[in-house]
Design a protein around this ligand. Sequence first.
Ligand SMILES: NC(=O)c1ccc[n+]([C@@H]2O[C@H](COP(=O)([O-])OP(=O)(O)OC[C@H]3O[C@@H](n4cnc5c(N)ncnc54)[C@H](OP(=O)(O)O)[C@@H]3O)[C@@H](O)[C@H]2O)c1
Length: 292
Amino acid sequence: MINILVTGSNGQLGNELRKLASVSPAFKFVFTDIAELDITNPGAIQALIVSKKISVIINCAAYTAVDKAETDTELAYRINADAPGFLATAAYKFNILLVHISTDYVFSGEGFRPYTENISCDPRSTYGMSKLKGEIAVIDSGCRHIIIRTSWLYSAFGNNFIKTVRKYGRERGHLNMIYDQIGTPTHAADLAVAILAIIPQYTDQKNEIYHYSNEGVCSWYDFALEILDQSGIKCTVAPITTFEYPLPAVRPFYSVLNKSKIKHDFNIKIPHWKESLTRCLKELEQIERTAI
Ligand SMILES: NC(=O)c1ccc[n+]([C@@H]2O[C@H](COP(=O)([O-])OP(=O)(O)OC[C@H]3O[C@@H](n4cnc5c(N)ncnc54)[C@H](OP(=O)(O)O)[C@@H]3O)[C@@H](O)[C@H]2O)c1
């Protein structure tokens, strides 16, 4: 039995891992969020590892409010940069595996070919810089680790782009959507499945960074159109530029991730983003129906 500590488990990815717990008999999970384990507290991390005999940590905890991070810089760095270092130090001390989740925002977004793991990072936002520092802290600790960068994460849990589009699509009947930022959505449920498939295959040779998103490429405009179409919501959508919708944090214009390495090293099959969106919308509709 592998005892897995999941941090930040009330978030999107954490909740998807919770859903898999009942169908994953090889793993025993300890799900925590800030109330049970604040990852900025190194003593608490080490105490929990010992008391629960943890052999793997999946770090889903993060400061993900990208725009707020521009002014709430200290807390963003504490959670995204310092805390992964604390988890990594503990992982090193107790010789356990740390699976740490990172982001496409570590890149400049000025590329035009899918980003491979070895392309130099050049984050343009506080969030991106803090996440890059977190990656470096994990690597520098010398602990057993896998870092997975993902992009445009969504799920039926929490607040995200899908829910915003459906809500305002229904309420307003017209939306403006950015068409000059290109990336790939990722259903957190797919990433959760991939993480659990990777853990038993881990060896010390695989202390690496990997990229994971769904297959395919789109703009936020395309993504919104597909969400509305699949949801059967009648709403017009106007394509606008990034310049027409200024936000505090700089977004990458191009953040498509190349996933060849993770597919090759762990024999992972990745669904297309439209197919995964269909599954998520079905689940969301079921949740909405039971809430009525
Ligand atoms: N969302 C995206 O579009 C996206 C894209 C690329 C990469 N990622 C990365 O993917 C990972 C998972 O993202 P997600 O969307 O699942 O995040 P999420 O929904 O924001 O969940 C993060 C969880 O961590 C918790 N948390 C915050 N500070 C904590 C602390 N000090 N100790 C313990 N828990 C703490 C949060 O609680 P509160 O809600 O109370 O703060 C939240 O429950 C993150 O590493 C993120 O950077 C996300």
